[in-house]
Design a binder for this molecule. Structure first.
Ligand SMILES: O=C(O)c1ccccc1NCC(=O)[C@H](O)[C@H](O)COP(=O)(O)O
Length: 258
């Protein structure tokens, strides 16, 4: 069983429990549910292309940073000129929560991605109700039919969709018209090794009408300069910023060098 299998098995149980407490109808009545969203895909094309992540810990790094307030991190990223922010909302493996998303929303106006392991439409409603502009779909844990239906559901709520892959098979099943951004995740989930070569190898299979995003293991500006000629317009960066005392300041220095 891989770490992703474990996370997904837990996620199914978590969603089933939550549904007993808060119905989809109640989620639709949350004040933020009717908020007008902004497009993360467009922001990537028009700005720095950096999606800066809030990430306290992860299966590959037990502690990254637990001492910061999410609203300070969010404000710092927005001021730095990031095109958007990824907010991890998984609690068990990443130390995140939907409250993090809500606080990041309250502190900023730029596009927010709910970074979650989505297995059910319910989580897409939660994303919208807590102020997200975009959701992540992980091809490794979804069927093609689920990618089609979840992305269509998100688009109907005016949320952008980033669908991420680790290999060619996952990428090919992610090529769906209701997906806006196709992400290549550079982290091998069996070994946790990261290599931006994965992005370079797989990008040839991405049609030009999708925004191309490279994710994970980006730790310097030269990686971005290497990836841009391959057509990447989005770059998801977590640990490199979050491991510092001031992620916003780190993002500022990084973006100024682009
Ligand atoms: O980061 C992990 O260890 C991880 C393990 C299992 C599933 C997903 C995982 N990470 C999620 C991400 O995709 C990254 O947080 C994101 O791309 C940023 O990566 P990085 O810049 O390397 O922190």
């Amino acid at each position: 069983m891989t770490i992703l299998d474990k996370i997904i098995a837990d996620k199914h149980k978590e969603v089933a429990l939550k549904k007993q407490l808060i119905s989809t109808r109640q989620l639709e009545q949350y004040p933020l549910f009717d908020r007008e969203t902004s497009s993360l895909a467009k922001a990537l094309q028009q700005g720095s292309g950096i999606i800066a992540e809030h990430k306290r810990r992860s299966p590959s790094k037990s502690v990254i940073n637990h001492s910061l307030s999410v609203q300070d991190v969010a404000r710092g990223y927005e001021t730095a000129g990031a095109s958007g922010m990824s907010v991890l909302t998984d609690g068990k493996y990443f130390g995140g929560s939907l409250d993090d998303l809500l606080l990041a929303r309250a502190a900023t106006h730029f596009p927010l991605l709910r970074k979650e392991f989505i297995v059910d439409e319910y989580q897409i409603l939660e994303a919208k109700a807590h102020g997200a502009d975009a959701i992540l779909l992980i091809a490794a844990s979804l069927t093609k039919e689920e990618i089609v239906s979840f992305s269509a559901f998100a688009k109907a709520l005016h949320l952008d969709v980033l669908c991420e892959s680790h290999n060619k098979e996952e990428l090919l099943k992610s090529i769906v018209p209701t997906v806006d951004m196709l992400g290549i995740n550079n982290r091998n989930l069996k070994t946790f090794e990261v290599s931006i070569q994965t992005s370079k190898d797989l990008v040839t299979f991405i049609p030009d009408d999708f925004v191309k995003v490279s994710e994970s293991g980006i730790s310097n500006v030269s990686a971005i300069k290497e990836l841009q000629p391959y057509g990447f317009e989005g770059f998801l960066i977590g640990e490199n910023f979050m491991k510092t005392d001031n992620p916003g300041e780190s993002a500022t220095t990084f973006i100024q060098q682009l």
